[in-house]
Design a protein around this ligand. Sequence first.
Ligand code: SF4
Ligand code: MG
Length: 283
Amino acid sequence: MATFKEFRNNVKPNWCPGCGDFSIQAAIQRAAANVGLEPEQLAVISGIGCSGRISGYINAYGLHGIHGRALPIAQGVKLANRELTVIASGGDGDGFAIGMGHTVHAIRRNLNITYIVMDNQIYGLTKGQTSPRSAEGFKTKSTPEGSIESTLSPLEIAMSAGATFVAQSFSSDLKQLTNLIEEGIKHEGFSLINVFSPCVTFNKINTYDWFKENIVNLEQFPEYDPSNRMAAMNKIMETEGMLTGLIYQNKQRKSYEDLITGFQPESLSKQDLTLSEADFNKL
Ligand code: SF4
Ligand code: MG
């Protein structure tokens, strides 16, 4: 069985020292090892942004896609080979701005993939512009007088789009984050894990200390029932989206792959999925 170190390749991450994304990479590697995967059973598909580099740093199948398009690619990978464990990842700009149309429909489609958003509430790669996750009044070079747009709530959007697994974590809480990624991988459907991941270079407001002061860990509420959709929505709104832990899980709804006609393993032979050389030459 592969250890978490075997999910690391020899490419040195070029994230800034202190970036939250390092811990997210470590958590993905640990979770993959803990659920018993081998590197060849995992595909990590990413979008564009600092976060998007992650697919190049993990020893597994990987594809660094185009901006906002990690999810269409990840869904295609999963449909082409449902034996693979597929993780899609990207930043808040990637998934909740240009890619938001894909995010909402991937959530309601409910393929069995895990989507990890590295949410630093800013655009990091392009040197610090306001993102849909930035707070109202947030000042950057793109909003020098402060953002006048409301802050997008990915958790509320996921819930209203019919998500079957919604979780949130903080890059500094490696234990919780690893555990949530494990649960997300094991979940039979689409799992959204939004992770607060501080951008130490450009976001001087939402710092590690700021998150520590503002996060509400669901462990404080032992009576909380993540299968209760209404309770989940209420808790998200009560905490203004700052809660961490497993917020909602619906284990009843089947995944897309399990429902789609003609796509059951018994109706597909290896031959169905393999293009012959003669067919390829006709394309
Ligand atoms: Fe991380 Fe921000 Fe540096 Fe990008 S710019 S690597 S998000 S700290
Ligand atoms: Mg970002």
